[in-house]
Design a binder for this molecule. Structure first.
Ligand SMILES: NC(=O)c1ccc[n+]([C@@H]2O[C@H](COP(=O)([O-])OP(=O)(O)OC[C@H]3O[C@@H](n4cnc5c(N)ncnc54)[C@H](OP(=O)(O)O)[C@@H]3O)[C@@H](O)[C@H]2O)c1
Length: 255
């Protein structure tokens, strides 16, 4: 909600793609209470379902709404192995595949990744074990976010297209993402607000990339704390990025 609020405040016509329309409409009403002139729409999208992603893309096209900036923010972090509606490990399906399929190439793109992309296996993404219930990792999907933005940035540059693709690591933010934490985590929850970022701080880097003139024309970078940051060396590996692209296509191509 915070990113949508800030963009609306800056006169961006915002379309929120949400899986729960009731919650989405409530967020829209809250933003409108704050900013009565906000232009804001809500559309249904369940990133964990390829059918929903394709329906969203088609609905969006027929809506006639412009699409100049795509922020791939939605994501999950679940405590146990789960499969998506298409039988793909839930982190990989929701956090990467759903976004990559809905992504149009000639738009400015911002992928919200995570510091979690550092915590991985030595080969980064274990493509042959994506659905292995003992090997799945949230971090694989978050590495995929950076690789995907980088690959897009490289291709845009090669094709001479003047638009940008970047990623970011928001830091540890007290949000619903952490809702599945253990009892011990809940006990220390009280001190979270002193150690971690609040929601406004957590959304700041996304808003910075989306809006700040300093970032105009910058592409293929990873950001943190409103600055260009260093992602892991695996995130810079173009071969891995290409492999991810081929693998993602093999899972999502409707044939
Ligand atoms: N919080 C952190 O410390 C942290 C750290 C690093 C990176 N991140 C990244 O930041 C991004 C935002 O997370 P957050 O912290 O703001 O968590 P959040 O409060 O749980 O928000 C995640 C959003 O994603 C939506 N979502 C989940 N599954 C979806 C699906 N299948 N289809 C459509 N929407 C779906 C959720 O919808 P519902 O409201 O319906 O659940 C929710 O609105 C994520 O990509 C996360 O990986 C967060």
């Amino acid at each position: 909600m915070e990113t949508a609020r800030v963009l609306a405040l800056r006169h961006v016509h915002v379309v929120m793609a949400v899986r729960n329309m009731d919650s989405g409409r409530k967020v829209k009403d809250n933003i409108l209470q704050d900013i009565p002139t906000a232009k804001i729409e809500v559309m249904e999208l369940d990133l964990s379902s390829m059918a929903s992603v394709r329906k969203f893309a088609s609905d969006y096209k027929s809506s006639g709404l412009p699409l100049n900036l795509l922020i791939n923010n939605a994501g999950v972090m679940v405590p146990q192995f789960m499969l998506s509606q298409d039988d793909i490990e839930l982190h990989f399906a929701t956090n990467h595949l759903g976004h990559s399929v809905s992504m149009q190439r000639r738009r400015k793109v911002i992928n919200v990744s995570s510091e979690g992309h550092w915590f991985l296996y030595s080969e980064g993404i274990q493509f042959d074990k994506i659905n292995d219930d003992t090997r799945y990792k949230y971090g694989q999907s978050k590495l995929a976010n950076i690789l995907h933005a980088n690959e897009l940035a490289w291709r845009l540059k090669e094709e001479g297209v003047h638009t940008t693709a970047n990623s970011l690591q928001p830091g540890v933010v007290v949000t619903n993402l952490l809702r599945h934490r253990s009892f011990l985590d809940v006990v220390i929850n009280g001190i979270d607000k002193y150690m971690f970022k609040n929601v406004q701080q957590g959304a700041a880097t996304t808003c910075y990339i989306a809006l700040h003139p300093q970032v105009k024309g910058v592409s293929g970078e990873d950001f943190s704390d409103c600055n260009v940051a260093k992602a892991s060396s695996m995130a810079e590996d173009r071969e891995l990025g290409k492999k991810l692209g081929d693998f993602s296509l093999s899972l999502t191509d409707p044939k």
